[in-house]
Ligand binder design. Structure first.
Ligand SMILES: C[C@H](O)[C@H](O)[C@H]1CNC2=NC(N)=NC(=O)C2=N1
Ligand SMILES: [Zn+2]
Length: 291
């Protein structure tokens, strides 16, 4: 790879990160995107679903819309879309429809990524009427840290809000979330977890006892390292994780933080372009059901 090209990819991704900061400043999940053609920015966008009350207002969609208006055409051939987080299936579809030439993203999205983390829509295959190439791994750490910092700040803001309320005992070192607050956070942070019997709950499906034991041991290690222990219910091909903070008699930041760590770890697979191959797609080796 020509050093100049990769340096320019990093320069463009840095600009996309400044757009992600605009999302964060507005209280939105910080994702930024920009569309470049012949070294010129023709479209910019940042994630704005909350502000616009529009679930489709992802950074990539905003950048495509901006470019379409600027060039007066929805088709955007010969362009490169730089985005700080792996596009989702919705954006992948729009990207192909817009005839974008290439997508370059920063951090993989283990929950919804459509470039190999969860779905394989990009690079687009022959069934699509347009070929969009795709690669990740440009300023990955900066892009991932931007997201982590946002969620950390949001957690501590929720914590300060809770502990500043008079009814919160000064002795309670854990902010106990209401059921509504729990459901709101799960919707954006942990869509495959639920609130059940006062606990954050998630069931991991496996392909049998070996996978079940691997998940149990993985969760066990994280719990011991965190010094916060979930209840585990296991059967042959599934493990249910239940998290609550007994000392606080409810769900606290401890539960959300450990649930995020468990989800990232158990569902982790090498992103496309990784040096690591990942579990072969062969029933003989299957052990975790990625959902
Ligand atoms: C509601 C939440 O803010 C949005 O769904 C987030 C989450 N994931 C995202 N992923 C990507 N790739 N782009 C976005 O703009 C985006 N927005
Ligand atoms: Zn999207």
């Amino acid at each position: 790879m020509d050093v100049v090209d990769s340096r320019s990819d990093q320069d463009w991704m840095r600009l996309a990160l400044t757009l992600a900061q605009r999302a964060a400043a507005a209280g939105e999940v910080p994702v930024g995107a920009l569309l470049v053609r012949d070294g010129v920015i023709i479209g910019e966008g940042w994630n704005r679903p909350i502000k616009t009350h529009d679930a489709s207002a992802h950074a990539e969609i905003q950048a495509l819309r901006d470019a379409g208006q600027r060039v007066g055409n929805y088709r955007l051939p010969g362009t490169t879309l730089y985005v700080t987080l792996e596009p989702c299936v919705m954006c992948a579809g729009a990207i192909v429809h817009a005839r974008v030439g290439q997508v370059i993203y920063g951090a993989p999205d283990p929950k919804a990524g459509a470039c190999g983390s969860v779905f394989d829509l990009l690079p687009s295959d022959a069934r699509f009427n347009h070929r969009t190439d795709c690669k990740g791994g440009v300023l990955t750490d900066d892009c991932a840290e931007t997201l982590r910092a946002f969620f950390r700040a949001r957690r501590s803001t929720a914590f300060k809000a809770a502990t500043s309320r008079p009814e919160t005992s000064i002795m309670s070192i854990d902010n106990v979330y209401s059921d509504d607050a729990i459901r709101n956070r799960l919707a954006t942070e942990l869509p495959r977890w639920s609130l059940d019997a006062g606990c954050l709950q998630r069931t991991y499906r496996t392909s049998g006892w070996k996978g079940t034991l691997m998940v149990i041991n993985t969760v066990g290690h994280l719990a011991e390292a965190a010094w916060h222990h979930p209840d585990l219910t296991a059967s042959y091909d599934r493990v249910t994780v239940s998290l609550t903070t007994h000392s606080a008699k409810g769900v606290t930041d401890k539960d959300f933080e450990l649930a995020n760590r468990i989800e990232e770890t158990v569902m982790w697979r090498p992103a496309s372009g990784s040096a690591l191959e990942g579990t072969p797609d062969d029933v003989r080796y299957a052990y975790i059901q990625y959902d």
